[in-house]
Structures are given as C-alpha cells and as structure tokens.
Design a protein around this ligand. Structure first.
Ligand code: ATP
Length: 339
C-alpha cells in the first residue's frame, strides 16, 4: 500500500454551461518517505490534484486513498483526522498579518486544542528547526519572502503531519532564497520523515529535491518515474519541453548558427553519463587517431547525485580518423551529428 493513491481519478468543474475536465483518469501512487514532484504547464491540473489529496474538493469519479482510507467514504470526523495529518505550504505564504510569527505558527495548534504551555514549547521547537527563532515576535510584513516561507513551513509542521503539500511554494522567491527553502524542505523530508508532494512549474525545484516526478498534461499523467530517468531521457513531448529547459545539451537556433560560423570541423554532441568516462575515452582515443578536438558547447550537471549532460565537440583531422574516433565514442555513449 502506498501512502497516497489515485485510482482512475476524474475531476470536472462546471461553470455555467461549460464543463472543464481538470483531471482525466489519474492513476498514481506516492510512497511514504519520498519527495514527489508534480510538473506540468499552467492548467494541466496540478493544483486540482493537490486539492483532492486533502479533500478540499471531492473527486468526480475514481478514488483517492490516503494511508489506505478512501477520502470520499470517510465520515467528517475521520476526514478531519486525515486532514490534520497533512500540512500545506502556499505560494503566497498565507500568513496572518495581524499576528506575530509566533502567533501564526501557534494558530493551528490553538485550533487543534493544544494548551498554552504545550503550544509555546512546540512553536519554539518549530522556529528553531526552520531557523527563525529570533523572529518570533516580528510581524510578517517585516520579513523577507524566504523568512515568510519558513514561517509557513513551521506552521504546516505544527501537528506533526505525515504529508506536506507544497503548491508552488518557492515560485514567489528569488533563486537564492528558493535554494534555502528547498534545503529546508529536504530536511523536513529526511530529518522528520515527512512525505512531500511538490507542485511546481520550476524544473529546478524538482531537480533539486524530488525523488520521483509525474508530468501532467491536460489532466492526464503523461509520464512518471525517477527524476533521473524523466529528466535525462524524457519520453513524451510535454516532458521534453518541460525538462529541456534544465540543461540544453545540444546547440539550437542562433547558438548553432554562430557555432557553425566559428567551427568548420565536424560537430558532434556526445551524452555524458555517470559511468561513460567520456573525458578519459575522448582524450585517449583522439590522441590515438590523431584527431584534434575542441569542446564548443554543452554542460554537465547532477541529477539525484548522478552526472548527466552533453558536450558538443568540434573534431578536426583526416575524415577517416574522425570516423574512427566517432565510432569509438559511440561504443561508450550516444553521439549525435550536429546538423
Ligand atoms: N474551481 C474551479 N472551477 C472551474 N474550473 C477550475 C477550477 N479549478 C480549476 N479549474 C480548471 O481546471 C483546470 C486545471 O486547473 P489547475 O489549477 O488544477 O491547473 P494547474 O496545473 O495547477 O495550473 P496553474 O499552474 O496555472 O495553477 C484548468 O482548466 C482550470 O481552469
């Protein structure tokens, strides 16, 4: 049994005479302890998917199970218990302006009936964990975006939820602050064991913290798999368009024209893999075949701790020697001619 399961879930909204199919037959399983990313273009159904997990919306058909319980069949009392086990973090932080940081984090605990002393201890613990203990008596308006989101995360963790739903939780932040908040979310996952579902249109977010990812397109799951597999070898056009922005492996358009103008030799793009040892193979083989090479485009990054990327090389030498070198490279990795 997975922690969150979608079985043939459909969700439609009717506004006037128009019917919008927001989710169209979703099958998905999210495991306890993982960080699961959901990506897709605007309107793909990401937010709707999240709203079904904490039963803010009912399904139109199909079943959503959280910890084995079918949300549609639960009586209100048990539904409240399921919701209490799910924290939410929002893009716009949704803090109460009239309350201090302490007051914001304490608020859900008060609603849950915790007494004053227990609230005080828990809030102190949470503010320490997210690194803003010194801001306890500050009001949200005096905080930076990153600090506000730390408060949002502390508030969401108050009652020790098993699941944290983060809907565009870093989309209002600059890149540096995004990194800090992502590292905090990762700690929430690894140190507290909270399962996190991250909804985002920012591929970097998924690349940095998710273990697995689902690509949504028009309310359907276009692709699902480990972040490494989906990002390094996307199968569907939607996934290719989305993750292609993370690392441009091969030159295109104007970049390509400019490269061509400067580099008359044969251009090939070689994929970099964890175990391909491209650099070592290239320098050894080029020497043996008497071919000169220059790296003219590309980049290497890591995905889930594994190297991945592509390098475009200009190869110059006798055509038969260059052929022999390319053949040797092909035995180790994928090599494409640059048109
Ligand atoms: N309450 C609602 N009433 C009517 N239509 C809705 C409602 N909520 C969502 N929709 C529609 O359902 C579809 C999916 O919306 P959803 O917000 O889930 O997409 P999204 O992937 O989260 O998009 P975004 O990234 O823009 O937030 C869209 O066509 C949207 O207009």
């Amino acid at each position: 049994m997975s922690l969150i399961e979608f079985h043939e879930v459909t969700k439609t909204f009717t506004t006037g005479k128009r019917e919008v199919i927001a989710l169209d037959g979703i099958d998905l399983a999210i495991e306890a302890g993982e960080v699961f990313g959901v990506i897709g273009h605007s309107g793909a159904g990401k937010s709707t998917l999240v709203r079904l997990v904490n039963a803010l919306e009912p399904v139109t058909s199909g079943r959503v199970l959280v910890d084995g319980a079918d949300l549609a069949t639960l009586p209100e009392r048990r539904l409240r218990a399921v919701r209490a086990g799910i924290g939410m973090v929002f893009q716009q932080f949704n803090l109460l302006r009239s309350r201090t940081v302490f007051g914001n984090v304490a608020y859900p605990l008060k609603i849950a009936g915790w007494d004053r002393e227990r609230r005080r201890r828990r809030v102190a613990e949470l503010l320490n964990f997210v690194g803003i203990a010194d801001k306890a008596w500050t009001y949200p308006d005096q905080l930076s975006g990153g600090q506000k989101q730390r408060v949002g995360i502390a508030r969401a963790l108050g009652t020790n939820p098993k699941i944290l739903l983060a809907d565009e939780s870093t989309s209002a932040l600059d890149p540096e602050t995004t990194g800090e908040v992502l590292r905090l979310l990762k700690r929430v996952n690894t140190e507290l064991g909270v399962t996190i579902v991250v909804i985002t249109h920012e591929m970097e977010v998924v690349r940095e913290i998710a273990d697995r990812v689902a690509v949504l397109e028009n309310g359907r799951v276009a692709e699902v798999g480990s972040v490494f597999d989906v990002f390094s070898a996307p199968k569907t056009d939607t996934a290719k368009r989305l993750v292609g922005t993370v690392l441009r492996e091969a030159p295109e358009g104007l970049d390509l024209e400019r490269l061509r103008a400067r580099h008359p030799g044969r251009l090939v793009t070689a994929r970099v893999h964890e175990d391909g040892r491209l650099g070592a193979v290239l320098s050894g083989a080029a020497g043996r075949h008497g071919v000169r090479f220059e790296i003219v485009y590309g980049g290497i990054t890591t995905l889930s701790g594994r190297s991945f990327g592509g390098l475009t090389l200009e190869l110059t030498g006798e055509p038969s020697d260059v052929d022999a070198l390319v053949a040797e490279l092909r035995a180790r990795t994928e090599v494409e001619e640059v048109a």
